[in-house]
Design a binder for this molecule. Sequence first.
Ligand code: HPA
Length: 273
Amino acid sequence: MIPFEHYQQSADYLRSRIGGFQPEILMILGSGLGQFGERVEEPIFVPYPEIPHFRHSTAPGHKGRFVFGTLAGKKVAVMQGRIHLYEGYTPEEAVYGVRVMKLLGVKTMIVTNAAGAVNTAYKPGEITLISDHILLFPKTPLTGPNDDRFGVRFPDMSRIYTPALRELAKNAAKEVGVHLNEGVYMYFPGPQYETPAEIRAARILGADMAGMSTVPEAIAARHCGMEVLGFSLATNMAAGILEQPLTEEEVLETGEACKESFGRLMLRILETM
Ligand code: HPA
């Protein structure tokens, strides 16, 4: 179990870097979406390796730093790059940043990812508002002794993605003319992409999107009482739907091609929050 003091020392260090700045919203940017962080006004950059006890992100398309500042009038902490379990970290380590942000006073998390579309009515480049998720067998970040300073032993997960924020996101999407699906995100540990049989199983279970992140962070955020809003960008159709194999290049290219509509939607959501 990570000692509570480590979280406190990371938070203290960040406070020393950001002065009196008080972030309200944490945004975690997924593969290919990190560029949105460049829009932060009066940014203060803090690379993860400079923060005591902080874990480094090694995934492609992930810068590995915090950007603190203002976006659409809101005080934000943006994580350009996250930690995945496939990098060898435990689920508890993967959500370290979320808990440090809780100690900094953050109340809401907007979590984003690049993922494969399981729902055959979805298209690459479309964004899905996450209504719920499926985590079948992997360990969760709450495995091990519970730290009551973050949350209870058996937290309710029946409304993990805050309904009122989802409504707000749907309205924002209409206002800025961005097509928004709404669906269920299924967690796969990776780093290998799923097999066609796994994707068929996911579809039978009710999944619309499949990816390797987001779920640990959403669980940890809900556990410690944050409101959660999640978005999944379909960078490709999931395995077995089309003939071609899945590649990391396709994932990063689609992220790049969608950054304008993604940015437009995120800014409008922040404005109306
Ligand atoms: N599966 C899992 N993760 C992903 C995918 C996918 O098809 N695309 C981008 N990230």
